[in-house]
Design a protein around this ligand. Structure first.
Ligand SMILES: [Cu+2]
Length: 125
């Protein structure tokens, strides 16, 4: 009996850890970050399909805009607008390149976001 209970607890924990909950991430647009000036932080994110990322202008004068032709086919482009935040849900697997439009000429903020398909547990199938 005790053993069954322990097994049940273990399975519950396993299911909880492998369950596919969409996660939320935040990327800040900064005048000064740990990587230098005019940066997105974090600069590279690995997320899963279905996750959302909110781009937050911690300092004004920035935006987050996907670059045409540099996001996966079928993915929706975005542009937060100047000094605005935007929340993007990533529905397509692949690599996304985005920019801060006014600072692109400063070789700034063209960053990568990698979206991978969620790992689904074979135990559940
Ligand atoms: Cu900027």
């Amino acid at each position: 009996m005790k053993r069954n209970l322990l097994t049940a607890v273990c399975i519950t924990l396993l299911l909880a850890s492998t369950a596919n909950f969409a996660e939320e991430f935040e990327v800040q647009m900064l005048n000064q970050g740990t990587d230098g000036v005019m940066v997105f932080e974090p600069s590279v994110l690995q997320i899963q399909v279905g996750d959302t990322v909110t781009f937050t202008p911690a300092n004004p004068g920035h935006n987050s805009a996907s670059m045409a032709g540099m996001i996966p086919a079928g993915a929706e482009s975005w542009d937060s607008g100047m000094s605005q935040s935007v929340t993007v849900t990533f529905t397509e697997e692949g690599t996304y390149v985005y920019q801060c439009t006014p600072h692109l000429m400063m070789a700034m903020v063209v960053l990568l976001l990698l979206v991978i398909q969620a790992q689904t547990s074979t135990l559940l199938r």
